[in-house]
Design a protein around this ligand. Structure first.
Ligand SMILES: Nc1nc2c(c(=O)[nH]1)N[C@H]1C(S)=C(S)[C@@H](COP(=O)(O)O)O[C@H]1N2
Ligand SMILES: [Mo]
Length: 316
């Protein structure tokens, strides 16, 4: 399993990026062999992940923090990749609460602190593969979604989980756009089947690169489901609903033939308007590095069994 052991990262350990990078370097020095790699030699391109930190055996270069926090999709702040970083600073994220409803024994309004307090944070280095055929490698800090959902005591009828993003047009300029400029309906809604949500790779992230999540990346709380296209990894979550029926999700409603409910990364099923066989791994260079896309974004060993017997062309 490509995940770290139950972790040791306390909120107080969330450090400024410089400290974090030097700590990684220090750990990396201990694993001297790993440093003699092209990825590390490339310096700013990223760093090898020393084994034992984050995901053992993960050897792809991290996307530079500056890129991961300036090239974003967050339509609530506009449709241009630079809009979220330009506009999200105006979002109020404290106080923050999450409403939990539906097929659960313990519905209610939970403050962010209520949600996080019982859990240790873990670091997970994951690929993020956007449906637009670009990708990054991001070290998230978060907690397994499974652990949080269990505390709400899902009933036997909880077959799906629906997530909703904040709707606050006064602070989210993309939600004020209308007519030609409006893109999708708000609030943004995403969902998972319950077994997907309970899979250990699915996390709720509160940080990245050892620091608190930037607002443009979905602070204070976002989903990260690394084997699915990026649009499933919903940001700014204010509501979690457990349901018996498949949630109606934003991108699926806006273009059902282009964006399915499952949205598993699959190089064999193309988007109607472009190939999904490869992707641009963004590294700060103009074009990025063109690489082959992998089934389930490289997490097939972990997640393929969730879909055994399903026709992945039909359930795209
Ligand atoms: N609420 C909300 N969540 C969202 C989006 C969005 O527009 N609104 N965009 C999605 C898409 S398409 C991608 S690729 C990822 C991008 O995450 P990142 O900006 O942290 O890389 O966020 C996803 N989560
Ligand atoms: Mo995306």
């Amino acid at each position: 399993m490509l995940i770290k052991r139950r972790a040791t990262i306390q909120p107080s350990e969330i450090t400024p990026e410089a400290v974090y990078r030097s700590r990684r370097r220090f750990l990396g020095t201990a694993a001297a062999g790993l440093l003699a790699t092209p990825a590390f030699a490339a310096g700013w391109l990223g760093e090898k992940i020393p084994s034992g930190l984050g995901n053992p055996e993960f050897d792809e270069a991290l996307t530079p923090f500056d890129l991961a926090s300036s090239h974003n999709n967050y339509y609530e702040f506009g449709t241009d990749k630079s809009d979220p970083a330009r506009h999200a600073h105006g979002l109020t994220i404290d106080p923050w609460s999450v409403e939990v409803v539906g097929e659960v024994g313990k519905p209610g309004v939970y403050t962010l602190e209520d949600i996080l307090r019982p859990h240790d944070f873990e670091e997970r280095v994951y690929r993020l593969r956007c449906v637009e055929a670009w990708s990054m490698v991001i070290p998230w800090i978060g907690i397994p979604l499974q652990a949080v959902l269990r505390r709400f005591e899902p009933t036997g009828d909880a077959k799906y989980v629906e997530f909703t993003t904040l709707y606050r047009p006064s602070e989210m300029p993309g939600q004020r756009a209308s007519g030609f400029f409006s893109s999708i309906d708000f609030p943004y809604v995403e969902g998972l089947r319950i077994d997907e949500a309970m899979h250990p790779l699915a996390i709720l992230a509160v940080g990245m690169y050892g620091q608190v999540l930037p607002k443009q990346n979905g602070a204070p709380l976002r989903l990260v489901v690394p084997w699915k296209y990026g649009f499933k990894s919903i940001k700014g979550i204010v509501k979690i609903r457990l349901t018996e029926t498949e949630p109606k999700t934003t991108w699926n409603l806006s273009a059902p033939r282009e964006y399915g409910f499952y949205a598993n990364v699959n190089p064999e099923v193309n988007h109607p308007r472009w190939s999904q066989a490869n992707e641009r791994r963004l590294d700060g260079s103009f074009f990025g590095n063109r690489i082959d896309t992998r089934m389930f974004n490289g997490y097939a060993d972990e997640v393929a069994s969730l879909y055994s017997g399903m026709n992945l062309r039909r359930y795209y």
